[in-house]
Write a protein that binds this ligand. Sequence first.
Ligand SMILES: *Cc1c(COP(=O)(O)O)cnc(C)c1O
Length: 421
Amino acid sequence: MTPAAWTSLFTAPLAGADPAIADLIEQQRRDNAAAVNLVASESYCPRATLEAEACVLINKNASGYPPRVSFAGGEIMDAIERLAIERAKTLFGAEHANVQSLSSTIANVAVLRGLLRPGERILAFDRAAGGHSSHGGRSHVSGQDYVVESFGVDAQTGMVDYDAAHAHARSFRPRMIVAGSSAYPRRIDFDRLHAIAQDVGALLFADIAHVAGLIIAGLHPNPTPCADVVTTSTHKTFCGPRTGGLILCQSRHAQAIDAALAPGLQAAPGGHIIAARAVLFERVTRPPFRLLMQNVVDGAAALARGIERGGVPLFAGGTDTHMVVADLRRSEWAEAEVNAHLARHGILGNTTTLPGRPGDRSRLGLRLGSTPMSIRGLPAAGFEALGAAVAALLRGRPGTVDAGIERASQALAREHPIPFD
Ligand SMILES: *Cc1c(COP(=O)(O)O)cnc(C)c1O
């Protein structure tokens, strides 16, 4: 058979088909390898998950949940999705799992739409203290469709003020309490929030996007047994690909949440991302994952030590997780300067907004995390030295260059390559 006139459209490899995009991908690959990555929301996914995600399943269009009786060939999608669901339930001890959401922000919207009516009340962990925009942020649909008030941290200690949250819940009478951290480096006590929710007759929604990997490794309490619903992304301490959200819930909420996600928000989910998730859910049950997560926690503690000994204060006084937040509220730094100054020295992190206090110059914080460099094999002692270097940079001035730190981070990145790329 002679090929059709358009066959080469489909067979040309990327480098030849689109050199501009191929070059940019290659540039990102080089940048990833050359930098010391302290971005708290990043990781490097296992090769097996990348292979599952970049595969022929991407061509399969099959909406609905197993069993997909309305799609020819849906049995394979069903088999993949059933494996993903069973593995997710086992990982967290959940009664029900939904593995289809295209991101954990979308998962959160599905949870709210499944369990609440528009206009109902939510008490959410304050964004300024490290909560997430999808927990009722003004610019997010969750803040527009519901009546949202927030609980936060003690102004002096930076620790969650559970007594204040309880009093607030008693007067506000929310239908749901939502908590999860994007930039709060301490544990959130979900058992305590569960007791508060019980007292006021509210549902409890725990968003473990950042700490899921620590929970799997037994290094952080698991809220799944007490919360009505739990969501997570797959790419933070979970160490999976960027495309993914996971919903875990009690059986009694399963139907409402499943329907709110699909067909409520999404149609066909894409078999490739479900397959990649299934692979991830198996990878993280292996004993080396626990060792990795221990290194992540030890690494963050060492990073915190290095920063503090270097003379820069820490938000909430330290860390219980993979995350460290340097408190720059009394410093002279402007947000854009901090990221640029670190990047100029080969170190990647990102700025965040902290609660305002009287006497502060700003609300600036610097969020760092230990997951990517732990995957690359950096031990705790290395993190402490890195913390000292970050502190030295933060005590310096914008626009100056410390050639010693620049060389040291280049060497560190070289000595700790990404396991595969
Ligand atoms: C990162 C994060 C999300 C969003 O995850 P995406 O997969 O990027 O949508 C949701 N909640 C919390 C607490 C997060 O930190």
